[in-house]
Unconditional design. Structure first.
Length: 368
């Protein structure tokens, strides 16, 4: 706009100079410049009148790396635009629209990171070749898409397939799913009290409760706890945003891998109770959405309880050793899964850019 005004004033100044000094030769460039300004203004204005940018709605959710269909239709006004381009945030480069009544853009774009993505509306920029006048036509509103973390296979160390992983000791039965605690260990691990059940041995009766309140209670043992594997996503103090994204992908991949085999539970940051994901995967869509929106945060201690099955602790923090909360948690088997390396520990499996390390009893690592 400033350039157009300056050009018009220059043309007017030439015409005034021609009249002042009685120089007919100055009228030609003066009139030409003013005509150029008026003509470009009229063309740009008519091209912008009634112009529109319509983005066809795409899916509200998409998985990382999967194609997201972008469909945009541009329509000019009374006249085709003398020049300009379509600026679409998802494209990353301008699309020329000069001399066209309409144009359709069809392309698939991908998102490399999870989370909620706000997509600004497209902008149609109409201008003349000399950029004397510019008009902008904004699209039909912003959109939003939720990018879900992708699910990747669980691999054996060195990049073997899932089948090779099972042969190397991380299979559902022998590795990740774990086994129930043996009876000797279970007798040493007490989870709490519950009402007395007919037929329970007298050794399990909690006699102090009987003496104080006259109520028959019995001890609940670890062996009676849920034997399904538990995945814990620890998002406290992530080493970086990329590390947190990798940990979320690993948690999602392990959840799908185990749920389809034996069923599992997953404990997310801020939750006080794990979410069960059964064979039918009915709870998985909601868990997938929550993983996409997972933010840095710790797992409440109230959500951790002794398990009869395996515990897979997925963390985005820089590993200096096994997490203390995991070391103190009674379970059939313990795994630490992280994008960073655990010192002096052998890799049991790999998933989504993370490595899994199996811990022995009391947090001891299984050495290479």
């Amino acid at each position: 706009m400033i350039r157009g005004i300056a050009t018009g004033l220059l043309g007017l100044a030439l015409c005034l100079a021609a009249a002042t000094f009685d120089s007919a030769s100055l009228y030609v460039p003066g009139v030409a410049l003013m005509a150029l300004v008026v003509g470009s203004f009229a063309w740009v204005t008519l091209a912008a009148r009634g112009a529109s940018v319509v983005r066809r709605p795409g899916p509200s959710r998409v998985v990382e790396g999967d194609p997201y269909p972008l469909r945009v239709e541009v329509r000019s006004g009374v006249l085709p635009p003398p020049g300009g381009e379509l600026i679409e945030p998802l494209l990353g480069w301008p699309v020329p629209i000069a001399g066209r009544w309409s144009r359709k853009v069809r392309i698939n774009v991908t998102f490399s990171r999870r989370g909620r993505r706000a997509i600004d509306s497209g902008v149609l920029v109409i201008r003349d070749p000399l950029r004397l006048h510019v008009r902008e036509v904004h699209g039909d509103g912003a959109a939003e898409v939720l990018v879900l973390p992708r699910v990747e296979p669980v691999l054996a160390p060195g990049g073997g397939g899932a089948g090779a992983g099972e042969r190397s000791g991380i299979g559902v039965e022998a590795g990740l799913a774990g086994r129930r605690l043996d009876a000797a260990t279970a007798e040493l691990e007490i989870d709490g009290l519950r009402g007395y059940r007919e037929g329970s041995p007298a050794s399990r009766i909690h006699w102090p409760s009987v003496a104080r309140h006259g109520e028959m209670l019995e001890r609940r043992l670890v062996a009676e706890l849920d034997s399904a594997p538990l995945i814990v996503l620890d998002a406290s103090e992530p080493a970086s945003e990329e590390a947190l994204d990798a940990a979320v992908r690993a948690a999602a991949s392990l959840c799908v891998h185990l749920a389809r085999s034996t069923g599992c539970s997953i404990l997310l940051p801020g939750d006080r109770r794990p979410v069960e994901v059964a064979h039918d995967m009915g709870a998985w869509p909601a868990v997938h959405v929550r993983l996409a929106l997972a933010a840095p945060g710790a797992v409440p201690a109230a959500g951790l309880a002794p398990r009869g099955g395996s515990v897979l602790w997925v963390t985005a923090a820089e590993l200096l050793g096994a997490p203390r909360a995991l070391e103190r948690l009674p379970a059939a088997a313990r795994f630490v899964v992280s994008p960073s390396a655990l010192p002096d520990a052998a890799v049991a499996f790999e998933v989504a850019g993370c490595a899994g390390y199996r811990l022995g009893r009391a947090g001891r690592r299984v050495a290479a």
